[in-house]
Design a protein around this ligand. Structure first.
Ligand code: ATP
Ligand code: MG
Length: 332
C-alpha cells in the first residue's frame, strides 16, 4: 500500500479561533484528515516573533489549551491527526538554522506578510526572528515532509518560500524534501464584521467559534453592511458586503441566500431581516461545534495528553528527518 501523503498546518496560540480560520483552513483540515496523515502544529515559538514580553508569554499556556479545544470542537480527531506543540520539538530550531543559510536576507524581506505585520503592529525595524518567521515555518513543514499545507490566502507566500528552500536543499545535498503546496480555503480571506478585508484576532473584528448565541446576535446586528444604502427601499450592493459573504459561506440554505440577494439588490428587504437570517444560519452552523466543545471542556487532562502524545510522535519524525539531513550535508 502506498503511504498516505502528509499535511502540515497549524496556528499560533495567540487567542481563540474565529470564522475566518474555519473557512480559511480548519474546514480543509477536517475534510482531509482521513485521506492524509495530518500534523497540526501549535506554533508557540512563532508567537515570540511578535509577543516577546514575559506577561504575553505567560498567556500562551492557556491559549494552547483553548486552541486544542477549538480544534476538537470543529471535529479534528486526535485519533487521526497528530496535534503537537512546536517548542516540545526543539529539533525544528536546528533545522531552521540550517535552512537560514539557504535564503538571502532580501528574499525574506520581500515576503508580503512581513510588511503587513510591521504596519499592523507599528514595528519600525523587524527582529531577526520576525524576518525569519517563514524560515522557521519551512522547517515545521519540511521536518515532517509535508506535501500539502491548508492555509488562508495570506500564508501563500510562506509556502512559496518553503518550496524555494526545499529546492535549494535538494539541489545542494540530494533529494530529501518534497515541494509542499498551499491549499487555500473555499473563502481565501474572510472579511471582518467591520467590513475590513480580513477577520483577524489582532484587529478585534471577529466572530469566534466559541461565541454563544447572544454574542453572535450582538456582533451580527452591529455588522458593517452597504454604506451607500440609507433606506431598505434603496437598491443595495451584495458584492463585498460582509453580511452576504458570511451568508454564502455559512448558510446551508443557499436558495434563501439567492432570494435575499435578489431582494436586497432591488431594495425589497431591510438589513435587519438579512441579519436576522444570518444570526440563525450562524447559530445553526455553530451548534454542533458548541456541543463538541461542551464534551471536551470537562476533560482538560485529555487535552494535555493529546498534546504530549502528539509532540512525541512529531519529535520522532523530526529526529528522523534531522538525521537524514545531517547525513546528506556531511555534518556530524
Ligand atoms: P493574528 O492576528 O494573531 O495574526 P489571525 O486571526 O490572522 O491572527 P493566524 O493565526 O495568523 O490568525 O492564522 C491562522 C490560519 O488561519 C492561517 O492559515 C491563516 O491564513 C488563516 N486565517 C486567518 N484569518 C483568516 C481569514 N480572515 N480568512 C481566511 N483565513 C484566515
Ligand atoms: Mg495572522
Amino acid at each position: 500500500m502506498k503511504a498516505k501523503k502528509r499535511i502540515l498546518t497549524g496556528d499560533r496560540p495567540t487567542g481563540k479561533l474565529h470564522l475566518g480560520h474555519y473557512v480559511g483552513t480548519l474546514a480543509n483540515r477536517v475534510r482531509l484528515q482521513d485521506r492524509y496523515e495530518c500534523f497540526f502544529i501549535i506554533a508557540d515559538l512563532h508567537v515570540l516573533t511578535t509577543r516577546i514580553e514575559k506577561e504575553k508569554i505567560a498567556k500562551v499556556k492557556q491559549n494552547i489549551h483553548d486552541l486544542v479545544l477549538d480544534y476538537l470542537s470543529v471535529g479534528i480527531d486526535p485519533g487521526k491527526a497528530v496535534i503537537y506543540q512546536q517548542s516540545l520539538v526543539p529539533e525544528v530550531a536546528y533545522l531552521a538554522l540550517l535552512f537560514s543559510m539557504l535564503v538571502s536576507v532580501p528574499r525574506c524581506q520581500r515576503v508580503p506578510t512581513l510588511k503587513e505585520v510591521m504596519h499592523d503592529l507599528k514595528i519600525q525595524s523587524p527582529s531577526l526572528g520576525l524576518l525569519t518567521y517563514p524560515v522557521l515555518q519551512a522547517a515545521d513543514i519540511l521536518m515532517v515532509k509535508g506535501n500539502l499545507v491548508p492555509v488562508g490566502k495570506d500564508q501563500e507566500s510562506h509556502i512559496e518560500l518553503t518550496r524555494v528552500i526545499a529546492k535549494r536543499f535538494n539541489l545542494l545535498y540530494g533529494e530529501i524534501f518534497p515541494f509542499p503546496e498551499a491549499l487555500i480555503g473555499e473563502v481565501p480571506t474572510l472579511p471582518g464584521t467591520d467590513g475590513q478585508t480580513k477577520m483577524s484576532k489582532s484587529v478585534g473584528n471577529c466572530i469566534y467559534l466559541s461565541d454563544n448565541a447572544n454574542e453572535v446576535r450582538r456582533k451580527v446586528m452591529a455588522m458593517y453592511t452597504d454604506p451607500t444604502r440609507v433606506h431598505p427601499t434603496d437598491p443595495g450592493h451584495v458584492e463585498g458586503n460582509p453580511v452576504f459573504v458570511y451568508h454564502e459561506a455559512f448558510n446551508n440554505n443557499q436558495e434563501e441566500v439567492e432570494r435575499l440577494k435578489q431582494r436586497y439588490q432591488k431594495g425589497q428587504v431591510g438589513d435587519v431581516e438579512v441579519k436576522e437570517k444570518l444570526v440563525k444560519a450562524l447559530n445553526l452552523f455553530l451548534d454542533p461545534i458548541r456541543a463538541r466543545r461542551r464534551k471536551y471542556e470537562s476533560q482538560p487532562e485529555a487535552i494535555e495528553e493529546i498534546i504530549k502524545k502528539g509532540s512525541q510522535t512529531a519529535q520522532a519524525e523530526a529526529q528522523k528527518t534531522l538525521k537524514e539531513v545531517k547525513k546528506a550535508m556531511g555534518l556530524a
